[in-house]
Ligand binder design. Structure first.
Ligand code: ZN
Length: 374
């Protein structure tokens, strides 16, 4: 694909220089000549089929950007596929167990709850800023070291710099939030006081990594899915309470409540699995743009500090997955984050288990899209 793109670019350049209408035979000749001059293999598909009018003009950067977009979309597609699988499985189970009314109630409750949460998230303006301010963050008095770290790591990641926020709390932590122009990176005063400049940059780069991978948008989607699954449980609980008074259709209400509870648990596990993978991938970004040792040092210092969770922890239920450091849950199976030990080991290995490169079929799809849009 890159070879073909380079040839086509050379074609266009030569045609323009000669002030000719792009004649296919001449262009193909120039194409082969330039390819030979560049010691490249000629593009056989162009030479063997001269009747085809070359018209694809895409830069290598454009193709790579398209490939990155496809790769970035894959986790979200997987998330929706898993959600659809959970809902379908429980709907089918309810249909067989308690009949069509229970299955219909379950599916409609999940769909309406998820749609409402998604609409709320998309309609409300200022996504990232709203979350940062809800956490007590402000743009006033942000230390220069934080502003510099945000600008520097965003530039390294080739993305617009998000807004920098400071949260005036002793808890050493950080988070990223928002999408598009509403993206923010927030750090706490406790983190600024605890870490040296390099370690602070590494933590900020980790948060920038979340933004670069689209984790914040996907986390919002996961929260909407969980909200929908919880809506089915709430509807079942309400029906159970009412049916105790009416003494009718109790089995449908009980089945709906049970399915809502079980599918909520399944949805929670799916979200946890995704958030741990995202942490490793964001750590990999920090290792790439700053230093793996600095990030490992920051993780050790935060763990050793044992600082009490205060302002951020108060919001832990909704945004725990977004924090740089989170010690939620006594059981390792319910943690949103990998353990500090696992993160440091991954950094030491030099090949953190981050986001996998796009599979061959994704690259093929990107190339097919590139050809179709040209
Ligand atoms: Zn993180």
């Amino acid at each position: 694909m890159r070879l073909r793109t380079q040839c086509l670019l050379l074609c266009a350049t030569n045609a323009a220089a000669l002030q000719l209408q792009p004649a296919p035979q001449l262009i193909l000749l120039l194409c082969a000549t330039n390819a030979a001059a560049l010691q490249l293999q000629p593009a056989p598909q162009l030479i063997k089929r001269p009747h085809q009018q070359p018209r694809v003009i895409l830069t290598t950067e454009q193709v790579e950007k398209l490939e990155r977009s496809v790769a970035a979309a894959l986790p979200a597609v997987g998330q929706w596929a898993a959600f659809g699988g959970v809902v379908s499985a429980f709907t089918g189970f309810l249909w067989g167990w308690a009949g069509l009314p229970a299955a219909g109630l379950y599916a409609s409750s999940v769909a309406s709850g998820t749609a409402w949460a998604l609409a709320w998230d998309h309609i409300m303006p200022g996504g990232g800023r709203r979350v940062a301010e809800m956490m007590g963050g402000t743009t006033v008095g942000v230390p220069c070291s934080v502003r510099d770290a945000v600008a520097k790591t965003a530039a390294a990641a080739k993305m617009p710099a998000p807004a920098a926020y400071i949260v005036p709390t002793k808890e050493p932590n950080a988070f990223a939030a928002g999408r598009g122009r509403d993206r923010v990176v927030a750090v706490t005063q406790g983190l600024v006081d605890l870490l040296d400049r390099r370690e602070l940059e590494a933590v900020v780069a980790h948060e920038v990594g979340h933004l670069k991978h689209g984790d914040t948008g996907r986390a919002a989607q996961a929260a909407a899915m969980l909200s929908g699954l919880s809506a089915a449980k709430r509807a079942g609980d309400r029906m159970v309470a009412n049916k105790r008074k009416e003494k009718s259709d109790a089995s449908v209400a009980a089945a709906l409540a049970a399915a809502g509870a079980a599918s909520s648990a399944a949805g929670l596990l799916l979200r946890l699995a995704g958030s741990r993978r995202d942490e490793f991938a964001a750590d990999a970004v920090a290792a790439q743009f700053v230093d793996a040792g600095a990030l490992a040092g920051a993780l050790k210092k935060i763990e050793a500090a044992g600082a009490p969770r205060d302002k951020l922890h108060a919001r832990a239920g909704a945004y725990a997955h977004a924090y740089f450091s989170n010690d939620d849950g006594p059981s390792r199976w319910l943690r949103t984050h990998p353990t500090v030990e696992a993160r440091i080991n991954a950094l030491k290995s030099g090949a953190p288990p981050g986001r996998a490169p796009p599979p061959a079929w994704a690259r093929f799809a990107a190339e097919a899209v590139a050809e179709s849009v040209s």
